[in-house]
Design a protein around this ligand. Structure first.
Ligand code: TXA
Ligand code: MG
Length: 330
């Protein structure tokens, strides 16, 4: 059931559901989350079950403010503190050493915990209402089935997880791709997942160079969003440069069937066969991130079998979108 996040009574209802151990579809500025009380292991188990996600893949714990971090993290390095102060509330998740008796199931049994304070006003209202009842953290992975495209609208959550789930409608997610994840448990900041908050912004705030997970001698913990194939629609996705898709369309002529194209330029009329569905890709990275997952979902919903996506420029502001596209195409 979808209820409007604009009504204080609905926010209260949602917070009460969480505090009672139920699941909730929660809007955030990045994507919608499938939320549960992070310290209620039975509620957290329902998240893994509903998503079909392996229970050793850790979830992100969402908090209302920085002061709740001390409830979950046993140590906060100086650079992590700087990142929180600079980017929270916002689309940044920090992996920190976990207080041993807190959120063990949510953390997938890891000795660390992922923490994020989201900036979406509806998310913050829910988190504050939960904190008022002594629930300091809300675990929430993206509200999609394991391996699929993250939802950026309430209706996406409903169509994927069913109408029995209580979903707070917070409108379209502004960012559109999941939070940037920085591992802060290794003495140096390690970028686990790129997002809207860029490498450069993080390095400038930390005063430290970001380390690549591949450069570490010990494996970083399992992170679903870092699996090679993830964020995948049902259709087959292929990334192509503008001259490649033009050539390929020309070769197909009027025979394009169940084919979709997301590109910055509209194909010329002679290339636009009836079997081709085209959507405009914004040439601004922030706008493209905002549209990405809903475009993929829309193509899927229209029964498209093949999706061609114009390869984004190899520049820093496109890193988050490029990362999601590579995984969707894997
Ligand atoms: O923007 C977001 O981060 C969204 C919204 C709902 O907040 N959430 C999200 O959650 O993307 P999820 O579970 O789909 O992705 C979280 C990623 C996973 O890849 C998970 O493995 C990683 O964060 N993660 C969480 N805790 C971790 C930990 N202790 N160590 C390493 N990775 C962790
Ligand atoms: Mg996810």
């Amino acid at each position: 059931m979808i209820i409007s996040g604009n009504h204080p009574a609905h926010v209260q209802q949602a917070a009460e559901a969480l505090c009672a151990g139920e699941l909730l579809g929660l809007p955030t500025e990045t994507v919608y989350g499938l939320a549960a009380d992070a310290c209620n292991d039975a509620a957290v188990a329902k998240i893994f079950q509903v998503k079909g996600r392996p229970s050793n893949h850790p979830l992100i714990v969402h908090v209302a403010a920085i002061d709740a971090v001390a409830k979950f993290a046993s140590d906060v390095p100086h650079f992590a503190r700087a990142l929180m102060t600079q980017f929270w509330p916002g689309p940044l998740t920090l992996i920190l050493p976990r207080c041993p008796d807190m959120a063990a199931a949510a953390a997938g049994g890891q000795h660390s915990v992922g923490l994020r304070c989201p900036s979406h006003p509806v998310a913050l209202a829910v988190l504050n209402a939960c904190a008022a009842q002594g629930v300091w953290g809300v675990a929430a992975p993206s509200a999609n089935l394991f391996g699929r495209v993250s939802p950026t609208r309430a209706a996406h959550v409903q169509s994927e997880l069913g109408d029995a789930l209580l979903i707070l409608d917070g409108g379209e997610c502004e960012v559109g791709i999941e939070s940037t994840i920085v591992d802060c448990t290794r003495g140096v900041p390690v970028l686990l997942r790129p997002g809207q908050i860029s490498r450069l912004q993080i390095e400038q705030t930390c005063g430290l160079k970001l380390v690549d997970p591949a450069a570490l001698s010990t494996q970083a913990p399992r992170a679903s969003g870092t699996l090679e194939s993830h964020y995948a629609p049902s259709a087959k996705v292929r990334m192509m440069h503008a001259d490649e898709w033009r050539k390929a369309l020309l070769a197909l002529g009027p025979h394009a069937q169940n084919l979709a194209l997301w590109s910055t330029e509209k194909p010329s009329p002679d290339l636009m066969g009836a079997g081709l569905l085209w959507r405009a890709m914004p040439s601004d990275a922030t706008l493209a991130a905002h549209d990405l997952f809903s475009v993929l979902r829309d193509f899927d919903a229209r029964g498209v079998r093949t999706i061609w996506i114009e390869t984004p420029p190899d520049t820093p502001e496109w890193e988050g979108v490029r990362d999601r596209l590579k995984r969707a195409a894997a």
